[in-house]
Design a binder for this molecule. Structure first.
Ligand SMILES: [Zn+2]
Length: 242
């Protein structure tokens, strides 16, 4: 989670920074799973300031669990949790939900045809992608059933005119799914920038990827890439885990 705010260049963690500079809110189900407690970033903190102990534990209502024992209100963004709480409540397998307002993601979300099959990255996304139409900034509980319906059992959800969302069985999986989602969108924006005809990957190849969807989308390399991302984070932002 902290990686999303780490500064750096070039390497995967550097990519995370660019995600972090857009609005990102990850939420992670806390260990007390049966009680439905979640960890979310403290409202107003930069992603390079967030540490493990600054995360706020909240319930499905979006309210801080520990506020009753605190002298002052704990700042969280309850509106921002509407999306996350809907997914967490509906998907037991979604231990981490990540949502970004990245520029490339929003740009593609505004394109009528959505994600195009023009890169290998896009094939991974298309193998497990849903779309959710924009209903306005003021998200409310009434939108939750449609959000859950549109996500379905997918890993990737494109929020039309709004941004990207991924789910994962771990923070690593959700982050790496977001990394490839954002990459697919960035590639598409660049590929379309010249205005020339695009080569679409043939349907049989896409179908082949879809047949392996579960394997592919869960195998984005979380276990492989995450430890090195954490080591990088430790080098550049020591103390993130305190
Ligand atoms: Zn949003």
């Amino acid at each position: 989670m902290g990686v999303a705010g780490r500064s750096g260049r070039g390497l995967p963690a550097g990519r995370a920074v660019r995600l972090g500079r857009s609005r990102v809110h990850p939420s992670d189900r806390a260990h007390s799973r049966p009680e439905h407690r979640f960890l979310i970033n403290r409202y107003g903190m930069g992603f390079d300031e967030i540490t493990a102990s600054s995360l706020v534990k909240i319930g499905l209502d979006g309210l801080p669990v520990d506020e009753a024992h605190s002298d002052q209100p704990i700042p969280v963004n309850p509106a921002g949790f509407v999306i996350h709480s809907a997914v967490h409540a509906a998907r037991d397998d979604a231990l981490c939900v990540m949502h970004t307002h990245s520029l490339n993601g929003i740009a593609v979300s505004a394109q009528r045809d959505g994600v195009l099959p023009i890169s290998q990255q896009s094939l991974f996304v298309l193998a497990a992608l849903g779309y959710h139409d924009y209903e306005g900034v003021a998200l409310n509980d009434e939108e939750k059933p449609r959000l859950v319906r549109d996500l379905g059992r997918n890993t990737f959800l494109m929020l039309r005119n709004h941004g990207l969302l991924t789910v994962g069985a771990s923070v690593a999986d959700a982050f790496l799914a977001m990394y490839i989602f954002e990459a697919a969108c960035a590639i598409q924006v660049r590929a379309m920038a010249g205005g020339g005809d695009l080569l679409r990957i043939p349907a049989p190849i896409l179908a082949g990827i879809q047949a392996q969807a579960a394997q592919v989308t869960r195998g984005l390399g979380g276990a492989l890439a995450w430890p090195s991302l954490l080591r990088r984070l430790q080098r550049h932002n020591p103390g993130y885990d305190r």
